[in-house]
Design a protein around this ligand. Structure first.
Ligand code: AMP
Length: 210
């Protein structure tokens, strides 16, 4: 099964991808996580990507296409995978097609902008292990500390309110046109906004027919 989790930043793609990944036994490939690791390790890709990421802008297509082609060629991807956060532009989707990378389904998780703002501004992340929390919806056991490694949680640079607003604008302008792109290919499945994480998971499973 080759899937794309699609939606605005903060729609819950990563959370749902993790659940599906366990259930289906296939890896999740998140370009956001790959880029954050590259920034942390100070690799050439990380150095190129950092200023775009901190400003909430998209990293140039060539960088993303390079990363994803390399990652999908690894052995654990041969049985399938779930893409989280990629493609994000028509250029990236076309590059995947040109590389003969095809998908069974694109799961579009619809969430209103107001809800996204609320979620992202309350989000806290562990700078060491990457675990994410929400001050109201999913707080850590000890306030401000990561449940897994005990480190102090931080507000990601790109989760700051002004950056979230700009990321949403970029999503609507550059990423949302992909809905039409994949509708034309007959593989877009829309999951309407659900009140809970569990209801969203059920709606995703229903959309996939599993
Ligand atoms: P994410 O964790 O998916 O929200 O990604 C965090 C940041 O990484 C984004 O705001 C972009 O700066 C960058 N990024 C991740 N995936 C992509 C992509 N497919 N295309 C362009 N930039 C990306």
């Amino acid at each position: 099964m080759k899937l794309i989790m699609f939606g605005a930043p903060g729609a819950g793609k990563g959370t749902q991808a993790a659940i599906l990944s366990q259930r289906l036994g296939i890896p999740t490939i998140s370009t956001g996580n790959i880029l954050r690791a590259a920034v942390k390790n100070g690799t050439p890709v990380g150095l190129q990507a950092r200023s775009y990421m901190d400003a909430g802008k998209l990293v140039p297509d060539q960088v993303i296409i390079g990363i994803i082609a390399e990652r999908l060629a690894e052995a654990d991807c041969q049985r399938g995978y779930i893409l989280d956060g990629v493609p994000r532009t028509i250029g990236q989707a076309e590059a995947l097609e040109q590389a003969k990378i095809q998908f069974d389904c694109v799961v579009d998780i619809e969430v209103p902008d107001q809800e996204i703002l609320h979620r992202m501004i309350g989000r806290r992340a562990c700078p060491i292990c990457g675990a994410t929390y929400h001050v109201e919806a999913a707080p850590p056991k000890v306030e401000g500390k990561c449940d897994h490694c005990g480190n102090t949680l931080t507000l990601r640079e790109d989760d700051k309110p002004e950056t979230v607003i700009s990321r949403l604008a970029i999503y609507h302008a550059q990423t949302e046109p992909l809905k039409q792109f994949y509708t034309e290919r007959g593989i877009l499945k829309v999951v309407g906004f659900q009140p809970t994480l569990e209801a969203t998971t059920q709606a995703v499973l229903d959309a996939l027919g599993i």
